[in-house]
Design a protein around this ligand. Structure first.
Ligand code: COA
Length: 275
């Protein structure tokens, strides 16, 4: 892990980091980066088996771990999960709101309940976690990091529910930055670009599709879960003490390459002309 090559391994010693949806994917990657830097790590999710496997990985990195089965849609379940992690690991210093649900579906066939499910998990779930953690974060002058998505500012076909949810999360983050800043609580979002090995990327079939995707990223590579973990570590660290209300895009520049010219390969064409 790069994070332990460049940062002191005790950076988060004695600190408690809670990651919702921390049982797998990007969120587990985030949890692991904090664990590698000495944090106590709590995770919650709906699937006990996933949580157990994730807890074993986090313990192997030397972290004290608390893994609680809880659905972020249920405020009471989160209150209990946060009380348990505080009892076992100490009050929360960092909350990462990562729990999310997603599926591709054309808007005209998406049922209202399908739309509501994603809003409930992503947006309401992030509010629930923020609200239920507030007293702990106020006491520690802690910080919240939301895992947002590019759909929050750039529409994607078949993602009307996710775009609405993630845009809501980013605005909620900004609202909380101005309301809770006076308590020393900072809030920020991370927008991950295409991250290799994740559920979403597995759905992209075929090398040709992948090559096209990578060609559309200025840094010419997919992101890794560690790229997101490192961004989260930075935002939670004292280095980011004056950063609040910020959306940090971690996508190799992909969002800047959305112009039709770039996507059509015109950049290479023009480069060839100008030498
Ligand atoms: N296409 C269209 N609609 C879908 C769907 C799909 N692929 N998957 C679920 N839905 C709809 C269901 O039909 C249902 O609506 P209905 O009652 O009108 O039929 C509604 O969504 C709720 O479905 P349900 O399976 O009860 O939801 P859930 O709360 O158990 O699961 C999901 C939540 C739907 C988001 C599910 O995809 C999930 O849990 N995913 C795992 C996490 C994940 O997606 N991770 C990736 C994060 S980027």
């Amino acid at each position: 892990m790069l994070v332990t090559r460049y940062l002191a391994k005790d950076l988060f010693n004695g600190k408690t980091v809670f990651v919702t949806g921390g049982g797998s994917g990007i969120n587990l990657g985030v949890a692991k980066n904090f664990a590698a830097l000495g944090a106590n790590v709590a995770i919650c999710g709906r699937t006990r088996e996933k949580l157990n496997a994730a807890a074993a990985e986090l313990s192997a990195l030397g972290a004290k771990v608390c893994a609680v089965a809880a659905d972020v849609r249920e405020f009471g379940a989160l209150e209990k999960a946060f009380a348990r992690s505080a009892a076992e690991l100490g009050p929360m210093d960092v909350l990462v709101c990562g729990a999310a649900g997603n599926f591709l579906v054309p808007a005209e066939t998406l049922s209202p309940n399908g739309f509501k499910s994603v809003i409930d998990i992503d947006l309401l779930g992030s509010f629930n976690a923020s609200r239920a953690s507030f007293e702990q974060l106020r006491a520690t002058k802690g910080t919240i990091i939301y895992i947002s998505a590019g759909m929050a500012y750039m529409p994607h076909a078949f993602q009307v529910h996710v775009g609405a949810a993630k845009a809501g999360i980013d605005m909620m983050m900004k609202n909380l930055a101005i309301e809770w800043g006076r308590h020393g609580v900072r809030t920020n979002s991370i927008v991950p670009g295409p991250i290799e090995g994740t559920e979403g990327m597995k759905r992209l079939s075929g090398e040709a599709q992948l090559a096209k995707l990578i060609n559309g990223i200025p840094l010419k590579r997919m992101g890794t879960v560690d790229d997101i973990g490192q961004a989260a570590v930075f935002l939670a660290s004292p280095l980011a003490a004056y950063i609040s209300g910020c959306v940090m895009v971690v996508d190799g520049g992909q969002n800047l390459a959305g112009s039709a010219l770039f996507n059509m390969g015109a950049e290479q064409m023009l480069r060839a002309q100008v030498g």
